[in-house]
Ligand binder design. Structure first.
Ligand SMILES: C[S@@+](CC[C@H](N)C(=O)[O-])C[C@H]1O[C@@H](n2cnc3c(N)ncnc32)[C@H](O)[C@@H]1O
Length: 408
């Protein structure tokens, strides 16, 4: 297959080969910043992503492979030649998407069934930094959003000199974790092939993660983007718009509005992070109705379901403990949300996010719209069995989607 390099205009023959040769070159000349493989195929169902970055150990240069699983990360370091050989076997076989970040380009390779692989070459991330000589593995973490990124300082996460401000370390880590989770999903979701990509962040607060989504979307796709943060508090909207303007970011705006009725035309990705209680359900239902290709929500409190729970009798003894009752309410609510999204035509994943606060509420539910037929009745049965097991009769997402939990 042939394509054209958007950056240099030269003709590319063989997307996989082109990607491989760019990767090899970047490893050889030290311009590699990071490689992310997503869309795992078959094998270990808990595997989510492989992230690769250069590190310098006492034994010499290595590529650190971080295998991200649902609940744990496994890191292994490999000499460059061995690492490249392994990656050649993984890309397009074990993983359906690959994102390469170098100091001169961002390269995205995607495999879809019955279609030739697609290669997109875009400009480098404005702040991509290779691992400079002498930096140790521990000190230099190649983050997708490095501390020198301009908008981080406009938001007060970093100083003008690019140092993370005291007290903002957790926020900085959360921003980066969010981008690590979002980036591979952009290759998996059935986003439109052309035209601007629309993302709405519902209940965006001070907009930290809206800026992160805008940065990630623009860099990963190289396409025009329209990112909108929707927030009930106008004073936060004004601050975020000022920071976007100061940072010279196009396609990023903040509006005062309500999750339940904000307009959603041209929304391909919907995000709602830590929106209170059933505001998460409002956001999800709006995303489903808008036929968004990708949904990401981090649920917050779980008040609605808790008083309804009549757990199986075998759990009565364990549920004497308040913390288990609390966790059970979270589990049942979020498991129902994921099951309802499956019924609504999405494939879902639940994974660990990072909360900047000291709280256990740190889940991210992701949902990618299906493009193939699926057994909707079986999905409906699974929702009703789960609701019946815990005696749940009412749940906001079910109501918003018109799903009757009690139907026979
Ligand atoms: C806990 S903050 C989370 C902010 C941001 N999403 C994050 O994760 O960093 C929740 C935000 O959602 C806003 N919010 C809650 N309910 C809302 C609604 N129905 N419509 C719009 N904004 C809402 C609140 O004002 C608050 O700023």
């Amino acid at each position: 297959m042939t394509g054209r390099d958007a950056e240099t205009g030269r003709v590319i023959s063989g997307a996989r080969e082109e990607f491989g040769s760019r990767l090899q070159q970047a490893v050889a000349d030290g311009s590699l910043v990071r490689l992310t493989l997503g869309g795992p195929q078959g094998g270990d169902a808990t595997l989510r992503q492989l992230s690769v970055r250069p590190v310098r150990l006492r034994a010499g240069p290595r590529l650190a492979f971080v295998w991200r699983h649902e609940t744990r990360d496994v890191t292994k370091n490999h000499p460059p030649d061995e690492a490249l050989a392994q990656l050649g076997e993984l890309i397009g076989h074990r993983f359906a998407t690959a994102h390469l970040f170098t100091t001169s380009a961002t390269v995205h390779l995607e495999f879809r069934p019955n279609r030739p692989p697609q290669l997109h070459v875009g400009p480098p991330t404005e702040s991509a930094q290779p691992l400079s000589t002498g930096q140790s593995h521990d000190r230099d973490k190649a983050r997708p959003i490095p501390a020198q990124t301009g908008w981080l300082s406009a938001l007060g996460v970093t100083t003008a000199e690019g140092k993370v401000r005291a007290g903002m370390e957790a926020k900085f880590r959360q921003i980066n974790r969010f981008v690590e989770l979002l980036a591979p999903l952009l290759g998996e979701a059935p986003l439109p092939a052309e035209g601007p990509l629309g993302l709405v962040d519902m209940g965006c607060g001070k907009g930290y993660l809206t800026f992160a989504a805008h940065d990630c979307l623009r860099r990963m796709t190289g396409r025009p983007v329209q990112v909108r943060g929707v927030e009930a508090r106008p004073e936060l909207v004004a601050l975020s718009n000022r920071a976007a303007h100061e940072s010279g970011l196009e396609g990023l705006e903040f509006v005062a509005g309500n999750i339940a009725d904000t307009p959603l035309e041209h929304t391909h990705i919907l995000v709602a992070l830590h929106a209170c209680d059933t505001a998460t359900d409002d956001a999800l239902a709006r995303g489903v109705a808008a036929e968004a290709a990708l949904l990401l929500v981090a649920p917050c409190c779980h008040k609605e379901v808790r008083p309804q729970l009549v757990p199986p009798p075998a759990l009565a003894e364990a549920l004497r403990h308040g913390i288990f009752r609390e966790r059970q309410a979270e589990f049942v609510t979020d498991a129902l949300r994921a099951a309802l999204l499956e019924w609504a035509g999405y494939t879902t994943n639940v994974m660990e996010f990072i909360s900047p606060e000291h709280t256990g509420k740190n889940l991210l539910i992701t949902a990618v719209k299906r493009t193939r037929p699926f057994d909707r009745e079986a999905a409906a049965r699974r929702v009703r069995e789960l609701a019946a097991l815990y005696g749940v009769r009412r749940q906001a997402l079910a109501s918003r989607l018109g799903f009757d939990l009690a139907a026979p």
